[in-house]
Design a protein around this ligand. Structure first.
Ligand SMILES: C[S@@+](CC[C@H](N)C(=O)[O-])C[C@H]1O[C@@H](n2cnc3c(N)ncnc32)[C@H](O)[C@@H]1O
Length: 190
């Protein structure tokens, strides 16, 4: 673990998560959790009364994350190895994080993911998206040709409304980045 990751896990990550709106006792889904750069500080912020469901399609990253969870003796993280599926109850989650994930997925799959997030999210909760790798932010894979405004439009077309756009220092892989975080609320569908 390099010094940036260590600092993030110990202090900066928790500060960031509180600033974006995570609260003690929250039930959080970390969709596409990877090696847990957000999962670990999330578990510490939500505390014993909260829970973090960490989903990833890659079993290997979950094995690595399991080791850190054990070292840190965290009891409030549930690892789930799934590809796009979200095996959680309807309207049961306070916050869904989906950070640096959607560039992996084409438009059809992104919409499937937003639909599943919509299903599990509470109306009182929020969906926090960090769409890294769009056209103006180190373009890559499925987002390379897509503007940030188009990403917002896609998410809103699935029943969400953009509530906040936050520019913050966050971790990307193993270094700090200036991140554009999009927080969406779930709208009622007619
Ligand atoms: C670049 S990593 C980001 C990890 C973490 N969210 C972060 O910001 O540090 C993206 C992760 O999303 C996972 N992922 C991509 N598409 C997914 C899907 N449809 N279902 C589950 N996991 C997915 C990948 O396996 C990978 O571990």
């Amino acid at each position: 673990m390099n010094t940036v990751i260590r600092e993030w896990m110990e202090t900066e990550g928790k500060k960031f998560l509180k600033e974006i709106g995570i609260k003690e006792g929250n039930k959080v889904l970390d969709f596409g959790c990877g090696e847990g750069h957000y999962t670990i500080p999330l578990a510490e912020v939500v505390g014993k009364r909260g829970i973090v469901y960490a989903i990833d399609k890659d079993a290997q990253v979950l094995t690595e994350l399991k080791k850190i969870i054990k070292e840190k003796r965290l009891k409030n993280i549930k690892l789930i190895n799934e590809n796009t599926e979200i095996p959680l109850e309807n309207n049961s989650i306070d916050v869904v994080l989906c950070y640096d994930v959607i560039h992996y997925e084409d438009k059809q799959n992104r919409k499937k993911i937003y639909e599943k997030i919509y299903r599990v999210l509470k109306f009182t909760g929020f969906f926090s998206l960090y769409p890294k790798h769009h056209k103006k932010d180190y373009p890559l894979m499925e987002l390379a040709q897509i503007e940030l405004e188009e990403v917002i439009g896609e998410v809103e077309s699935m029943g969400f409304v953009l509530e906040k756009k936050l520019f913050k220092k966050c971790i990307h892989d193993d270094y700090y980045n200036k991140c554009c975080i999009l927080n969406f609320k779930k709208k009622r569908r007619n």
